[in-house]
Design a protein around this ligand. Structure first.
Ligand SMILES: O=C(O)CCC(=O)C(=O)O
Ligand SMILES: [Fe+2]
Length: 133
């Protein structure tokens, strides 16, 4: 099963996969293959690290592609804040360094609802709260 382009909600996603590649990350407008590293977890930064860090750490746009030769198995384990936690750019990364907050504050649960109601294509959900302060 493939997955269309998206960024992950939450803080970190741990990805366990077999040796068949399929994960691709968008870099400078191009899709780049991420080859699996044996016996390892791949860690992906989620939207809420991007929000918390006020954009310093990016939640990368990625997708999963399939092929008609080999069976690819991947298990993604998302990690997020408490559902009722309100996530916004950390004040230490905003006022102290003169960066205006680039994302609005939002309950994690409300973000999940917003994302579920948004087409899973691109970073549309994160874009919707960018500069909404
Ligand atoms: O299967 C993969 O490599 C990616 C899975 C993924 O991006 C996700 O579950 O959010
Ligand atoms: Fe993902």
């Amino acid at each position: 099963m493939g997955l269309p382009p998206h960024s992950d909600h939450g803080l970190l996603t741990l990805l366990i996969q077999n040796q068949i590649g399929g994960l691709q990350v968008q870099h400078k407008g191009k899709w780049v293959n991420i080859d699996p590293i044996p016996n390892s977890f791949l860690t992906n930064i989620g939207d809420h690290i991007e929000i918390l860090s006020n954009g310093k750490y990016k939640s990368v746009l990625h997708r999963a592609v399939v092929n008609n030769r080999d069976v690819r198995i991947s298990i993604a384990v998302p990690h997020g804040p408490a559902l009722d936690a309100i996530v916004s750019p950390d004040s230490k990364l905003v006022e102290n360094v003169g960066n205006p907050p680039a994302y609005g504050a939002m309950k994690y649960k409300e973000y999940l609802e917003l994302q579920q109601g948004t087409m899973l294509n691109g970073k549309s959900c994160l874009e919707r709260i960018r500069n909404r302060v």
